[in-house]
Design a protein around this ligand. Sequence first.
Ligand code: BES
Ligand code: ZN
Ligand code: ZN
Length: 463
Amino acid sequence: MQIRRTLKINSPTTIRFLTENAAEQIPDFTAEIDQTSIRYEGKQTIIYCGIGKADHCTTATLRSAAARAAQSVQKLKRTSVACIVPSLSIDPVETVRAIIEGICLGAYKFVKYKSEKPVPIATLDLVGATASPGLIRTSRQICEAVNYARDLVNENAGIITPAYLAKEARRLGKNGDLTVTVLDVKSLQRKGLNLITAVGAGSPTPPALILLEYEGAARGRTKTAIIGKGVTFDSGGQNLKPTGSIETMRQDMAGAAAVLAVFSAIVKIKPKLNLIGVIPAVHNAIGSKAFFPGDIYTSYAGKTVEVWSTDAEGRLILADAIAYCRDRYRPAAIIDLATLTGGIITALGEVTAGLFSTNDELARNLFDAGEKTGERLWRLPLYKEYSDSLKGDLGDLRNLSKFKKGNASSITGAAFIREFAGDTPWAHLDIAGTAYNEGSARGEIPQFATGFGVRLLMSYLGI
Ligand code: BES
Ligand code: ZN
Ligand code: ZN
């Protein structure tokens, strides 16, 4: 989508945002949040979008209204649209950003397997936008990254293998500032990343550890690492998932997709920072070579792990990925994103991701980025009792807590991963509820893959 700043309306289709007060002259339109109405006035088609009371209107209201407007534009099959940028009490730059996000993200649909494809919106004119062309470009590039993450998650698990994710990383690495290294199964074995190779053992498509290094600032400046769970399909392994749980498990690489997407935006925007990306990529399969429940495996960090469920595989691959990342890069902070537990859906629904951290400042900054972007987080505790419940009998740790089945599974999952973060400030985002929307579209959040985490991380990184 091309986005331009204009002063005049050059398109027969126009989006207008209206507050309740401003809507008084429009018949049969009260401008409540969620209200959208298409009117024909002379040669113009006007899409009115309600944004409620002026003093309650936030960037989230605007983003969501713009998304609904984009969906109306698509229903009308219009390929160009003008949008009058409203002047509100919100910062004008944030207003523009929210509108771009709403339209670019709201227009997204995964149509690869649909015989009938919608007409894409080719141009968006922002009428009266005060934001700089640079900001407009950056916002668009971030949205394209979100849609890229969505495409990766929505695509068939038969296509999105560990090798495919590695190929995508290498493609991004063609850009000069990004170095991509892929550890194949042989090097994983040689280096002792045994938890990753154990989880990947049952699949005909071998595991990989994908490493991305972006150097946009001076060498030696602080490096943040982002790590994404890349289970390209989670069958549960020998603890096979039942019907009702297994169908959506191609989403289990949504953390990896978010990490790749962040780098896809970074190589275009070229911010002055250093960033490490790590993706443990595996297919958790059932089969004659699959790893065994009850067995004990030695992790890269040296701690031994009793496998009580092959379906609690995310924490296993993250444990090795985090330990290896610390060893190799010594990052100042590690943030992992993982569709880790069904429990987080019980706790926070599809609306909010779980936040766990060993560092209050890191947690606060992530929380703030969540509030700003609308990709919201809520922090949960990591008290000692949770860690105690993970002590092994024959090995050092067990991958399931001793709590009653399912109790506090998101917290004990996080507490397990923490054992491998050492003294590196670390945060874990459990995105199992927010990465995939099984309901219908909600504003800028489409049905199925949502691309959750990309805007959040970009905002956290100050972009
Ligand atoms: N990938 C799943 C978690 C998941 C569930 C993601 C629903 C997205 C939607 C994860 O590997 C898993 O199976 N977790 C188990 C953990 C349990 C065995 C402690 C779960 O949540 O049931
Ligand atoms: Zn699982
Ligand atoms: Zn999983």
